[in-house]
Ligand binder design. Structure first.
Ligand code: AMP
Length: 175
């Protein structure tokens, strides 16, 4: 388990009851970082990927490296109010309240093939909102790729139920 064994779990962070899956221990290890990028890239090496879209902020660390390997462009999906040019956005539900993701309206051209990347999928709220945004501006999602899946929280199922390909490197039981 070269990926999973390098991920550190912090109980009760950022609040009681959450088991925080900390990927910094994976990425600070040169072998861990290289294997992570290799495994995220492998299924798409012979496919056309025009853009890698990654979700702020931990998604950016891996999204940039994956985009470079796939000779694709990089598109940041950012939290509300961070992008300087005209954006499209989607609100999504959190446990308490809502959050919003935004992308530049011209970041992806009609019909471009997009790989969506983030560090972890839990409830899938962030990923689903990002998928909708990318599709709204014309992107064609090839797959959604994550280092970690928390299957008990249902996000992976939401992605599959939408008919999208899902690619994850390891999973943790519970939340
Ligand atoms: P969700 O929208 O519920 O799928 O949450 C996904 C986002 O929240 C990702 O960007 C993760 O970085 C973060 N996240 C949610 N749960 C955890 C967890 N247990 N450990 C680390 N990050 C988490």
């Amino acid at each position: 388990m070269p990926i999973k064994s390098r991920i550190r779990t912090i109980p009760d962070y950022p609040k009681p009851g959450i088991m925080f899956r900390d990927i910094t221990t994976l990425l600070q290890d040169p072998v861990g970082f290289r294997l992570t990028i290799e495994r995220l890239v492998a299924p798409y090496a012979d496919q056309r990927i025009d853009k890698v879209a990654a979700i702020e902020a931990r998604g950016f660390i891996i999204g940039g490296a994956v985009a470079e390997k796939l000779e694709a462009g990089f598109v940041p999906v950012r939290k509300k109010g961070k992008l300087p040019h005209a954006t499209v956005g989607r609100d999504y539900q959190l446990e308490y309240g809502t959050d919003r993701v935004e992308v530049h309206h011209d970041a992806i051209l009609e019909g471009e093939k997009v790989l969506l990347v983030d560090d972890l999928i839990a409830t899938g709220g962030t990923a689903m909102a990002s998928v909708e945004l990318i599709e709204e501006i014309g992107g064609d999602i090839v797959a959604c790729a994550f280092i970690v899946d928390l299957p008990d929280l249902g996000g992976a199922k939401r992605i599959r139920d939408k008919g999208l390909a899902l690619h994850t490197l390891c999973e943790f039981e519970g939340d």
